[in-house]
Design a protein around this ligand. Sequence first.
Ligand SMILES: [Cu+2]
Length: 181
Amino acid sequence: MYQQIALYATVFFVFLLALAFAFVYGESKRSGDYGSIQKKGYRIRKFYFLGLIAVMGFASVMTLGRLPYDRNQAEATGMNEIKIVKVTGIQYAWEMSEDRFRVEDQVQFEVTADDVTHGFGLYNEKMELVAQTQAMPEYTNTVYYKFEEPGTYQILCLEYCSAGHHVMVKEIVVEPEGGSL
Ligand SMILES: [Cu+2]
């Protein structure tokens, strides 16, 4: 859905931009006194600048306070329902405290590494990246994910961590609610 919105917004703004170019091209044929045009231009620029500040300010106030989005989303549904899963990346495997889940499980992945930096990438069955964070030695990154579809998910390493990088794949199974796969 967001992709659709982004597409329509892009087309709309490209259209606006094209209009602006057409206007400038049309006006370029006309000659007039510099002083009065400059005054008008500065006025437009001032309103444009203030408008931009207002829009950006509003968007920042509305969205920045909700960072990180995934944690806030998880907290809204109740922290005590969240499963904490420890994940450690090591050349060349993923160690996990748990690797079987059920649909509707909210998981807090606590991701770290034992040797070098790895990239934790959680993929669904369609190979779409649904969650990701960096796996760093001596540091824990947290990422939240709620399983909504059953199936076999995969964790792939997203950071080239030397020769065996490509074999750093871990399968995790998500069972449908109330039944087994
Ligand atoms: Cu890697």
